[in-house]
Design a protein around this ligand. Sequence first.
Ligand code: NDP
Length: 238
Amino acid sequence: MSRLAVVTGGSRGIGRAVAQLLASRGCRVVVVSRDLEAGRAAVASLDGGDHVALSCDVGQEQEVKSTFEKIRKTYGKISYLVNSAGVNRDGLLLRQSSSVMRSLLEVNLLGSMLTCKAALPGLMHTPGAALLNIGSVVGVKGRAGQSVYSASKSGLEGFTRSLAKEVASRGVRVNMLVPGFIRTDMTAGLQEWSSLPPIPLGRVGEVEEVAQAALFLLLSPYVTGQTLLVDGGISLNM
Ligand code: NDP
């Protein structure tokens, strides 16, 4: 029987590439995003025909609860949850409104906590189950103009390590993948690539390169509570 994987933010960018790789490895994939049409378009491009798109705002507790309840009842036990849903809004702290701060924390941090919480009861009864949170090199190293985004991602790192300790004895692994600068919609608006520190590998990353590392963490049976940077080495210069 194929494994069920839920990928939040699976309609675009990194999440979509992870969904594609998991589908190519025989998983049945549930793509979660707010925009259902985009989710459906992503699902239509996956290998195999049994995938599903669901609309859910991961920052909204009731939506998350009902979405995971529906997944459990309709599609069965989840083996893998990948939290790629995320938003970014650059701005110096002195110019950032509290509503923007809240929305960054609500999606990037609270959203991943809520989906992990909703998925865990089922994961605990699934051999080989794994959770994967997507952080950011900015959460590890910090960057001017991204203090709140950075806080949301470094908070997620502490959450990941602690949750790994909480659920290891129940057979669930929890890891964190930290991309550097990857070519997606999120970085399309970045005006100053040239202002970034030098990337030792000499180029920005591609989503497929992040997806490969995600697959490694999901499938590695003796790895938990770890943070893996997939950043072309940029963190060495930050
Ligand atoms: P994209 O902007 O390309 O895609 C974001 C995805 O998240 C979309 O599927 C979007 O769908 C979904 N999403 C956003 N908000 C919500 C929400 N409230 N509820 C459910 N889904 C939501 O981003 P990337 O692929 O570039 O980023 C993926 C992750 O990787 C993010 O967590 C990001 O912070 C992180 N990251 C990205 C880097 C990069 O260079 N691209 C670098 C470091 C980290 P919809 O809008 O329809 O909801």
